[in-house]
Write a protein that binds this ligand. Structure first.
Ligand code: CDP
Ligand code: CDP
Length: 228
């Protein structure tokens, strides 16, 4: 499209948001921005600085230290993947691991963390031509987004998808553990005070439980063509 749109994709964990967002970005030449990766980087940083014990985060210390965190993204043409950096360090693989997934929703509910991430998300998108996925993109980050999608799928299907993905990467993990993580994160994300996960009134629902990645891409391309 001639106009540089903003496309917001929100929804539950592990349903395929980033898959469809990347596929669409590639197809139409837009920039893909992974807002979840930002919360994962802050979580990794907090873990490394021993700021999380059990379900408790030392918010005062994190507030002091967060200015040391610089998040950036780069597309690796050789590996054909989007990669995330914490300061100058490549952390793409580390932020996807279970220990980060188990803590990230605790970090993502902190108000000052969200404010900082939202400002960064808007800064990165100021030229338009962006597809961003997350939890609050259509509700908080870009309430005027040109297209809003709310994605979900049956929890069992999501757990199996994520299980297969992590197994392929060589992580030693059980389906039970994944199912618990996915459900617990959804619960925290939907019930937090700050920007809870919810469908924006004007978002279109996509339940992709029985769709392949190709079919979900076709579906979203059709929605794009409707708004042009
Ligand atoms: O890939 P997956 O759906 O499992 O998660 P993610 O998109 O990488 O997001 C990880 C976590 O970050 C979520 O469970 C939320 O707690 C948080 N998050 C958020 O609060 N707001 C966003 N816009 C994106 C992620
Ligand atoms: O970004 P989000 O956490 O919502 O999910 P994702 O990382 O895009 O997808 C989670 C896993 O489900 C990946 O391994 C995808 O390849 C897979 N997937 C799938 O099997 N079928 C779909 N229709 C969408 C995603």
């Amino acid at each position: 499209p001639e106009k540089k749109l903003i496309i917001a994709i929100d929804g539950h964990s592990s349903c395929g948001k980033s898959t469809v967002a990347k596929d669409l970005a590639k197809k139409i030449g837009y920039t893909y921005i992974d807002s979840g990766a930002m919360y994962r980087v802050i979580t990794l940083f907090a873990m490394r600085n021993n700021l999380i014990s059990g379900d408790k985060v030392d918010e005062n210390k994190l507030a002091h230290l967060i200015s040391q965190v610089n998040i950036s993204f780069q597309y690796n043409t050789e590996k054909q993947r989007h990669e995330t950096y914490l300061n100058a360090e490549l952390v793409e693989d580390e932020i996807r691991k279970m220990d980060v997934s188990n803590k990230v929703s605790l970090i993502a509910k902190i108000k000052f963390v969200r404010e900082k991430m939202v400002a960064f998300q808007r800064e990165l998108s100021k030229e338009g031509g962006v597809i961003m996925d997350g939890r609050d993109i259509g509700t908080v980050v870009f309430p005027n987004a040109d297209l809003k999608i709310f994605m979900t799928a049956d929890v069992e299907i999501r757990a199996i998808r994520r299980y297969k993905e992590l197994k392929n990467k060589g992580e030693d993990i059980s389906l039970n553990e994944i199912r618990e993580n996915v459900s617990k994160r959804d619960f925290i994300d939907e019930n937090r005070d700050e920007s809870p996960l919810r469908k924006a009134d004007d978002a279109i629902i996509l339940n992709n439980s029985h769709l392949t990645p190709e079919e979900q891409l076709d579906w979203i391309v059709d929605r794009m063509n409707e708004i042009k």
